[in-house]
Design a protein around this ligand. Structure first.
Ligand SMILES: Nc1ncnc2c1ncn2[C@@H]1O[C@H](COP(=O)(O)OP(=O)(O)OP(=O)(O)O)[C@@H](O)[C@H]1O
Ligand SMILES: [Mg+2]
Length: 155
């Protein structure tokens, strides 16, 4: 587990950028946090780190966005407006499972079974002076990614 203070949106983006640089095929990131915690901001950084040129926007109303112009394809989802009953028919779980690149999911905690068990959990919380982020590796594959991320931050 790794905890960091993020004083402003630029620092949230920078953290995302570092994740994006290390991410590859099979990287899955659960973005957790209240309304306005900074999930999309972090996702924008990930896109930047992956070399995505298209501006990354909030997927709250579009549910899923695909960005194919980076180093590996990026799938950016948001389950905030998704109801349990809707989940059945849309094949979101299969789309995530078969995605040939990086997956980011906002409000991932609303449907804990949607993501593969091995993923990186990034939890953002409001503070009076910015945000605190708590990053946990849920499985061996993402344990490696988290170690690399911590090393990168120490450089
Ligand atoms: N570390 C930070 N300190 C202060 N403000 C921040 C920080 N990180 C992001 N923000 C700001 O918080 C606001 C909300 O960010 P963002 O849209 O990324 O949140 P979100 O978690 O995706 O929201 P939603 O729940 O609506 O999807 C933005 O104005 C963003 O610039
Ligand atoms: Mg958002």
């Amino acid at each position: 587990m790794w905890t960091r203070h993020l004083s402003n949106a630029d620092e949230t983006q920078s953290l995302g950028r570092a994740i994006g640089k290390l991410a590859g095929h099979g990287t899955v990131v659960a973005l957790v946090g209240d309304l306005g915690a900074g999930k999309t901001t972090l996702a924008q950084g990930v896109g930047d780190g992956l070399g995505v040129g298209t501006p990354i926007v909030s997927p709250t109303f579009i549910l899923l966005a695909e960005y194919e112009d980076g180093r590996v394809p990026l799938l950016h989802g948001d389950t905030y407006r998704l109801e349990e009953v809707e989940l059945e028919g849309i094949g979101l779980e299969e789309t995530i499972e078969c995605w040939p690149g990086v997956v980011l999911l906002e409000w991932a905690d609303r449907f804990p079974d949607l993501l593969p068990s091995d993923h990186l959990q990034v939890c953002l919380q409001h503070l009076d002076d910015g945000r605190v982020v708590i990053i946990k590796a849920m499985g061996p594959k993402h344990e490696t990614l988290l170690k690399q991320l911590m090393e990168l931050a120490n450089e």
